[in-house]
Write a protein that binds this ligand. Structure first.
Ligand code: ADP
Ligand code: MG
Length: 340
């Protein structure tokens, strides 16, 4: 009884995937305890936080004039420091409440993150009552989460396709030997769908509807998606509600540009990888992680163009958080992968 009370003062160590689309938190011993969109709804007048996460995501495109729904990480790494910090604080408080002894935390961050951005993430975590904040590169975390043996002197390529960024990384000896990051991923795919429907069908749709369409019929390779899908929106000219039936082939044309950009990033990374590691990748293939990896047929397309074997991690939306979780469960073993 006494000991239970005593240990109640201690919070369990945490791990976080701070994604441009989704934030996930892992608690030592308990697994994934939070999985919410990285979205914040604010009052336009006071700047006050009105909703965070899933609730705020439903506000996107549906807010009255007085409310603004923002994705603080969306355009690049951290587009809005203050809101990002508030969001981190909100999520951390949600999972741990207030405790006397503060937990340690491991946070996955994009490879391209600047010193200033690192500082902002660390400060946000500290202001939410955590101590000793460790950062880890997201592709490294995804590799750990996918149970790849990152410690070997052997090259492996991980492609993490998230909402805002696609990160291509070559990992060997617990380090990132080469990385390539582009700001084209799931969000750009949604935007491409919006533009395509606007141009071809004079149909206006919002970000969330575009994402739903992408998840249902989005595809990168023939015969991987259902043949057709109905999308509801608004006619540009008349302003009236309208439904359009789109085919999987049309969807492929809509997504051609962002998909090409991802293919090119992979190709560039393969070209720039040192020969020994490139030859390892020839044998080990490419591992896809991140929600974007779920786009139907994308693995087949990448395999077709690179002539390499392509595998998707077991649960691509969770690879990073599970990797940071493994790091927090085995803090000493993973010291060398922390980047701060
Ligand atoms: P981040 O790490 O940037 O937060 P995630 O790894 O959580 O990103 O992936 C989010 C992206 O994955 C979003 O753009 C979302 O639309 C996309 N996504 C999720 N599920 C699917 C699916 N089944 N098909 C295609 N894209 C998907
Ligand atoms: Mg991610």
């Amino acid at each position: 009884m006494f000991f239970n009370k005593l240990f109640g003062f201690f919070s369990k160590d945490l791990a976080m995937d701070l994604g441009t689309a989704n934030t996930l938190i892992y608690q030592k011993g308990n697994g994934v305890v939070l999985n919410e969109p990285s979205v914040v709804a604010l009052s336009r007048d006071s700047g006050k936080l009105l909703a965070v996460g899933q609730e705020a995501k439903e506000f996107l495109g549906r807010t009255p004039k007085k409310i603004e729904a923002v994705r603080p990480m969306k355009d690049g790494v951290i587009a809005d420091f203050k809101v990002t910090q508030e969001m981190i604080k909100y999520f951390l408080t949600k999972v741990q409440g207030s405790r006397l002894i503060h937990p340690r935390i491991v946070i996955g961050v994009p490879t391209g993150i600047t010193q200033v951005e690192k500082r902002a993430v660390i400060e946000a975590a500290e202001s939410a009552g955590t101590r000793s904040v460790h950062l880890i590169d997201e592709p490294m975390a995804a590799a750990i989460g996918a149970n790849l043996n990152i410690e070997e002197p052997y090259g492996r390529m991980v492609v993490d396709i998230g909402g805002g960024t696609t990160e291509v990384a070559v990992i060997s000896l617990s380090a990132i030997a080469y990385s390539e990051s582009i700001r084209v991923a799931g969000d750009e795919a949604n935007d491409a769908i919006v533009r395509y429907l606007q141009k071809k069908f004079q149909l206006l749709i919002g970000e969330n509807s575009a994402e739903q369409a992408k998840i249902n019929i989005g595809n990168a390779f023939p015969k991987e998606a259902p043949p057709t899908y109905d999308i509801a929106g608004k006619d540009i000219v008349s302003g009236r509600p309208k439904v359009v039936t789109i085919t999987e082939k049309e969807m492929r044309s809509a997504l051609a540009e962002p998909i090409q950009a991802i293919l090119q990033a992979i190709r560039r990374a393969l070209e720039k990888t040192p020969p020994e590691l490139a030859s390892d990748i020839h044998d080990s293939g490419i591992t896809l992680a991140g929600g974007g990896a779920l786009l139907k047929g994308l693995d087949k397309l990448i395999a077709h163009y690179t002539k390499l074997e392509v595998n998707i991690t077991e649960d691509p939306l969770k690879s990073v958080v599970l990797g940071t979780g493994i790091a927090v469960e085995n803090m000493n073993t993973y010291q060398k992968v922390f980047i701060n």
